[in-house]
Design a protein around this ligand. Sequence first.
Ligand code: NIG
Ligand code: FE
Length: 415
Amino acid sequence: MKTLLKNIGCLQTPVGSNSHTGAAQGENVKYMNAAVVMEDGIIKEIFEDGKLPEGNFDAEYDADGCLVTPGLVDGHTHLIFGGYRQHEVAMKLKGADYLDILRAGGGILDTVRKTRAASKEDLYIKSASFLDEMIGMGVTTVEAKSGYGLDLENEIKMLEVIKDLNDRHMVDVVSTFMGPHAIPPEYEGRGDEYIDMVIDEMLPVVKEKNLAEFCDIFCEDSVFNAEQSRKYMTKAKEMGFALKIHADEIEAIGGSELAGELGATSAEHLIAITESGQKALAAGGVTAMCLPATSFYLGKTFAPAREMIEKGTPVAMASDFNPGSCPSLNLQFCINLGCLKYKMTPEEVLTAVTINPACGIGRGDKVGTVEPGKQADLVIWNAPDFEMVCYRFGSNMVKRVIKNGEIVDRRRKTR
Ligand code: NIG
Ligand code: FE
């Protein structure tokens, strides 16, 4: 199947397969009056200045003079979950904060109860519809975590849903095991024993069934401490998993330092990151997966993304879509917050939602830029330039999405 996307007003993209940092975070190329040739799902050639390829195409798409960028990459989501937690809004209005709710057996543990009770089929249908919504908003690759099962059977159930989504839905889904997301009620007060059980009983099954590329842990005050995190991550690394860590979200208890030391692929949240944490990320080449919509929703401060860029850390932004701390899957809102709150330029922001998260989930060689040889995932925007996407907020600015070289049908997105 050979396709052509023509009449692109501006094609804006970072280049290369590696993450961008420092001044390079803001380097995008802009091809004006461009066209892109795609074959069998891969980008073949880019034309600019009104030039067009010769020959026939199975389909020709017209961008109507609009902006085109790479498909967006959402590098951090908790996409699979039972139920919702809308009742927490009223609790928060009365003054309860995120960790208070969790300590009282709610929060993540509430979603654990609902996820354990849900069938695999129900979880699939629900999360596939989230992916439909995401691709309609320009997201063509997503990372998804387990972490609401917290026992072997239910963690595997979640990971199998993630695998089915990747097999059957158009959106590419990268899988992360997050058994240590919270201490389950059966292990209350016995965090060390839970970590040992995760290491001895869960990790080998996840490995044997090949259900995850990454392992993640919530390293936080009153969840898992730095020593427990170190033990789990060291074992996961030995077993061949790549590492992620929820670090410094509320309290800085050493998570970023651990990420740097153990060579994690990414560290997540980083709202409370310290100077030494920032140095560790930069030295370890760890992607800073910043989650600005979570800061917004929790009413917290924003991660020091600008400082981290300047210190040499690749900054990515992701939705953190989950039923508690960020019930929004709108990565375009993160784009707005990237400019408004992180003080990043539009070019830095585009890098932070394309190539940098792609590298942060091990997909930098396949997606994240519009270049020959990359997967043909593109977004056509209802906008003349990316500044417009950064500026308008609350509306879906996507006109059409191209996935694997073909325009996405507005109705059918699963195989
Ligand atoms: O990344 N912080 C830990 N985990 C999720 C929230 C999960 C939840 O509240 O259900 C996060 O924000
Ligand atoms: Fe998260």
